[in-house]
Structures are given as C-alpha cells and as structure tokens.
Design a protein around this ligand. Structure first.
Ligand code: NAD
Length: 497
C-alpha cells in the first residue's frame, strides 16, 4: 500500500496532519493507498508556494507560458495510457472510458496552448480627440480548484490549464477517493517545465476545502461536486470576498418524441445512462417517453441493457465497471427497492449482480425503472449510479413541463426527426447544455460547460471563453499624449468630443 504526499512547490511533501484517507480499488475492494488529509498549516503552505510563484509566473511572457503548455500536452499524450490506468485503478471506470476522459481533458489543455488568442485584448483609437482606450485582462493571482471523484483527471483539467495559461497559480484539492491521477498530472506538469509552485495539489477533505474558502490569499475558487456542497462552497467563498463558480449535481432528462428513431434513442439512452456506471454529471438518468411509442422504446432499452457486461475496468470485455465505494453501491441499490415500493415498475433489477472472482468489488448491475412516479425518491434524487428512470408523458408540452420542473438544469436532450420540435425544445428547456439527438451534450473545449438552476452557483461556466473570463479580471486604460500647447485646467466632467 503506497502513502501519497501533497504536491507543493514541485515536490512531494509528506502529510503532516496525522490524518489519512484510504484509497481503494473498487473492482476488488482492496485498499491500495492512503492519501494525507491536509490541515490548515498544509493548506497555508500550498497557498504560500502559489503566491510566491505568482510573482514571476504572472509576469512571465505569454510565449514562455505557452511553450510549457505545448510540452505538457506532448507529455500527457505520451502518458495517456498510464493516466487512464490510474483512473481505472482508483475510480473503476473501464479503460475506454478512462481514455476518453483523458482525451476530453487534453481538449482544454489545447485551448490553453492558444491562450494568446483569448488574451489579446481590445483597442479603440481616437475615442475622443487624441484619446485611445485599451481593454486588458490580467490574472487574479492564486486560485483554487476543488474537484469530484467521478472525473479525477478531466475535471481538474477543466480548470488549471486555463488558469495557469492566464498567468495565475493554482492549488488543486482533488477528491480524496481517487487522487492519484491529479498528483500524476502535477508531476508531469513539472517535467514539462512548469515552475515550482505554479500548480500545487493537496490531499484533503472538508477541512482543506474550508481553509481554501476562507484563505485571504485565494482570489477565486472553482468547484465541481454535489449540489449541497456546491451551494455551501459558493456561499462561503462569496462571503470571504472571492470570485466563485460552483458546479453541482444533476438529473438529466432525455425526451424521446414519438417520431424519433427508436433504435438510435435506445442506444443513446443505454450508453448515456450506464456509461461509467451512471457516475457522470451528464448521465441521462431520466428518459421521458412521449406518446404511444413509449412501450416499444422501453422494450428496446431493456433488451440492450440486459446484455451489458459488468466487470473490472481493466478487462477489455467489461462495459460497466464498479461504483466508487461500497456505501455508494448500497445507496444506489436502495433506490431500486424504494422505487418498487413507491409505485415504479422494475423492468430490470441489477442489484443482485455479482462478478465472479471479484466478490468484494463494488459492482452493481444496470437497473431500469418504468412509469416512475414524479414523487418517488428514485425520480427526485440524484442517484449517481446505473439506474435509469423512465417517466411517461402524453405530449411534448407535458414532457417539457416535467423537465423544467426539475430543480436541476445541467443537460437535457431531445430525440426527434422533427426540426421544428427540436428547435422549440432548445429554446424552451431550462438547462445549460442541450442535445438534439445527442444524449450527453458536453460542449467541446472552445465552448463552455455549465448548467442552470441547482447545477451551478455563480455566473461563469467552466472552460471556453467563460473560463478565461473567470480566471482574469478586466482593466480599461484610457490614454492621451497631449500636445503641451493644449494644456490647461478644465473642471468639467470628461466628455468624448
Ligand atoms: P462531493 O460534493 O461529495 O465532493 C466534491 C469535492 O468536495 C471533493 O473534493 C470533496 O473532498 C469535497 N467535499 C465533500 N464534502 C464536502 C463538504 N461538506 N465541505 C467541503 N468540501 C467537501 O462530490 P463527489 O461525490 O466527489 O462527486 C459527485 C458529484 O459531483 C455528483 O453530484 C455529480 O453530479 C457532481 N458533478 C458535477 C459536475 C458538473 O459539471 N456539474 C461534474 C462532475 C460531477
């Protein structure tokens, strides 16, 4: 069993708090590592390293900053497989899924490599006689990122590549459940030439987060995790005068209209509901089946779901790996039981699934619930596991009404062949990311990712232009080089003429 250290000032620093959290291989249940849980002094040390580094990194030329990022990209490309294996070993997701996660993280790093284009500012000449106005964007200083277990590499990469490209320094607090990918990302950044203290990674739990939220030298906080914690992080960081974006949980609906291609819809629902064992914030967790084709759709989803192969993530035959912890597996399973008691039809019950040779792994088969009442716990809560709820609606309007009544608004999708209906849906649905015949509409790196309502607290989404805006602050410079002959006192308010 390895003991991890914090990553501060480009070196591994042993934990000093005396507190550790165990890290498990969810496919076997074996404890594989322990991660230190930072106390106030350790958080302060990481922030101090970042603060010192910012003095030089913040004024390092764009050319030098991006040269490091280009080298980093090449290194990550070369270490794709290794990173994916680390993700699988601690998160459990299957190898193809883990490789996809690394690829989507690289997308943001690629955006960061071209940050010069985003930071080039604006200039208006001769706004008044002899007067020019320039708009610049400058880094904030030290920024913090707090990330969830379900994308241990990609979500950190939504944040720090853009933050450091903009000239900030970063303190990352990844999930204590699967922290190794984040530490490896930081080591590789150092190998690429990122100077000491520009990217620091702390092992830690709630205590480390609380210190980051109140630390006077942390200018901004990016958070991704569950809704209750996102709400708390937003409130606390704002109260301490920080800029904050806090992305929360989700319950993503996929509306299938009667004219949709039912095979495409069934394939998409199964992929989006059970991929990564349902532990994705953009997972489809509710299918809203509209009209009479609902029975046929449920049948086709069930046929496909029953054939899914559950097993360890490093077995190429597995399509769905284990859940993150035993407790979470049991909580997810309890929703199938409660849904049955609360009036849902259990079409497939995956709770008894066992994987031979991996009896201590945290596996759960896929479950499919039909006609789930809107007041059932399985519909109301974010389950975050391989349980797909189907609800029925008689019309488009009823379906959109159901989606918009949800407290969350991360992603929403419509499946149809009717362009007019799809157009109405994209305008009327209350969600930040919308898919038309696309079940998981995660925007590409040069757009921005973010939900509405209880799926995001703050205003700016992550990465893309919003990411750049979040990690920089605007400054407007008004300049005049007067002819000495024009000098004179004028107490009137400056006019533009
Ligand atoms: P979580 O909220 O339990 O933890 C997220 C981070 O916050 C971790 O680093 C954790 O150590 C820390 N944390 C946990 N409890 C805390 C507390 N009480 N005070 C301060 N910090 C705390 O989330 P998770 O279980 O790791 O991740 C799953 C959740 O994240 C799901 O709800 C999922 O929808 C959400 N998520 C959202 C997005 C998005 O983009 N909206 C993306 C990925 C995951």
């Amino acid at each position: 069993m390895k003991t991890l250290g914090h990553w501060i000032g480009n070196r591994s620093v042993p934990g000093a708090s005396g507190r550790f959290a165990p890290v498990h291989d969810p496919a076997t249940g074996a404890r594989t590592a322990r991660v230190p849980l930072a106390d106030v002094a350790e958080v302060d040390a990481a922030v101090a390293a970042a603060r010192t580094a910012h003095r030089t990194w913040g004024t390092t030329s764009l050319a030098r900053r991006t040269a490091v990022l280009f080298r980093y990209r090449a290194l990550l490309e070369a270490h794709r497989e290794e990173l994916a294996a680390l993700i699988t070993a601690e998160h459990g997701k299957v190898r193809a899924d883990a490789l996809g996660e690394v690829a989507r993280g690289l997308e943001i790093l690629e955006l960061a490599c071209g940050i010069g284009e985003k930071l080039k500012g604006e200039l208006s000449t001769e706004v008044s006689t002899g007067v020019d106005v320039a708009a610049l964007r400058q880094p904030l200083g030290v920024v913090a990122g707090i990330t969830p277990f379900n994308f241990p590499a990609m979500v950190p990469m939504w944040m720090f590549p853009i933050a450091v490209a903009c000239g900030n320094t970063f303190v990352l607090k990844p999930s204590e459940k699967d922290p190794s990918a984040a530490f490896r990302l930081a080591e590789l950044a150092a190998e690429a030439g990122l100077p000491d203290g520009v990217l620091n990674v702390l092992g830690g739990d709630r205590a480390a987060v609380e210190r980051l939220l109140e630390h006077p030298d942390v200018a901004a906080v990016s958070f991704v995790g569950s809704t209750p914690v996102a709400r708390h992080v937003h409130r606390t960081a704002v109260a301490h005068g920080k800029r904050v974006q806090a992305l929360g949980g989700a319950k993503n609906h996929m509306v299938v209209l009667p004219d949709a291609d039912l095979d495409l819809a069934a394939d998409s629902a199964v992929s989006a509901a059970y991929g990564s064992a349902g532990e994705r914030c953009m997972a489809v967790s509710v299918v809203v089946a509209v009209g009479e084709s609902g029975d046929e759709l449920v049948q086709r989803i069930a046929d496909r779901t029953a054939r899914l192969r559950v097993g360890p993530g490093d077995d190429p035959a597995s399509q769905m790996g284990p859940l993150i912890t035993r407790e979470h597996r049991d909580t997810v399973a309890s929703y199938v039981t409660s849904a049955r008691a609360q009036g849902a039809e259990v079409v497939l019950d995956g709770t008894a699934t066992r994987v031979e040779g991996h009896e201590d792994g945290y596996f759960l088969g896929a479950s499919l619930l039909d006609r789930v009442p809107l007041d059932a716990d399985a519909y109301r809560d974010e389950i975050f596991g391989p349980v797909l709820c189907v609800v029925r609606a008689a019309s488009y309007d009823e379906a959109v009404g159901i989606v918009n009544a949800s407290p969350w608004g991360n992603g929403a999708a419509v499946f149809t062949r009717d362009g007019g209906a799809a157009r109405r849906f994209q305008l009327e649905v209350e969600a930040g990311m919308v898919g038309v015949n696309v079940p998981i509409p995660v925007p590409v790196g040069h757009h921005s990712f973010g939900g509405w309502k209880d799926s995001l607290f703050g205003d700016l989404h992550v990465y893309g232009n919003d990411g750049v805006a979040f990690y920089t602050r605007g400054k407007v410079v008004t300049t005049r080089w007067p002819d000495p002959a024009d000098a004179g006192i004028d107490l009137g308010f400056p006019r533009t003429d």
